[in-house]
Design a protein around this ligand. Structure first.
Ligand SMILES: *Cc1c(COP(=O)(O)O)cnc(C)c1O
Length: 235
């Protein structure tokens, strides 16, 4: 448990240091503690150490943990979301990072309308065009957002990506740069004209590459291993 405290402290210090270097305010970087496979006791300990946003990638895990976690904590759905599961989390999560199809958007809109709740979403971009990953191809982003402007309950708040894994995070810097460029272009093209499209959050960077992601413009980082240690999927 003590490691968790030290890990959080170190991550915040690293973020401060990199922000100082590039002249950004560390307060502007939101840290999401990724709690997949992490049990409730350890999540609570992390919350006591200052974590205020948690990220899960499975609906089932959100449902198992939701009632046991303090209501003031923000929940972020960061994993691929199946349309048939939207109804279970629509009243629980503060943001969905993984909007990756029109079909999913329609279902989110329908379920959100049903409970009259506006829902913040990020559009997931498959920036390296990897076979194994979900997300919109960078070339299709405008076409996709053109479809989003007609929704009432979906509030597009930015973009998210999962960079390819690389031992050396410098190798993925180019993908973060490309994300930032898409982010700025969408901002110019849509944000003045459409009330529900805002480019506020750029969610990119995980344990291995969050400092490079911040250097390239991320303002949400999603960190699991770096806080909780190696995940145990067998439990
Ligand atoms: C697991 C996960 C993370 C965190 O990964 P770490 O390398 O453990 O920091 C971030 N984002 C998504 C979408 C994830 O599924």
């Amino acid at each position: 448990m003590l490691n968790i405290k030290e890990n959080i402290y170190n991550i915040k210090e690293n973020i401060k240091e990199v922000c100082y270097k590039i002249n950004r305010n560390p307060e502007d970087i939101k840290i999401i503690a990724v709690t997949k496979t992490v049990d409730v006791d350890r999540i609570k300990f992390a919350i006591d150490c200052g974590v205020s946003s948690i990220g899960e990638n499975k609906v089932q895990e959100i449902l198992e943990k939701y009632d046991k976690i303090d209501k003031s904590i923000e929940w972020h759905m960061i994993g691929h979301l199946q349309t048939n599961k939207v109804k279970y989390i629509i009243d629980k999560v503060d943001m969905i990072h993984s909007l990756d199809s029109i079909k999913l958007a329609k279902e989110i809109e329908k379920r959100a309308a049903k409970i009259s709740r506006e829902i913040d979403v990020l559009i997931q971009i498959n920036v390296a065009n990897e076979e194994s990953k979900f997300g919109i191809h960078p070339d299709d982003v405008y076409e996709f957002i053109d479809e989003m402007v007609r929704f009432k309950y979906i509030k597009v708040k930015g973009l998210m990506t999962i960079a390819p894994y690389a031992e050396n995070p410098e190798e993925v810097r180019k993908y973060f740069k490309e994300m930032k460029s898409i982010f700025e272009q969408v901002n110019m093209k849509y944000c003045e004209n459409y009330e529900n499209i805002e480019m506020k959050y750029l969610s990119m960077g995980m344990t291995n590459d969050y400092l490079v992601a911040i250097e390239e413009g991320a303002n949400i980082v999603r960190i699991g291993t770096g806080i909780f240690g190696k995940r145990n999927y067998n439990k």
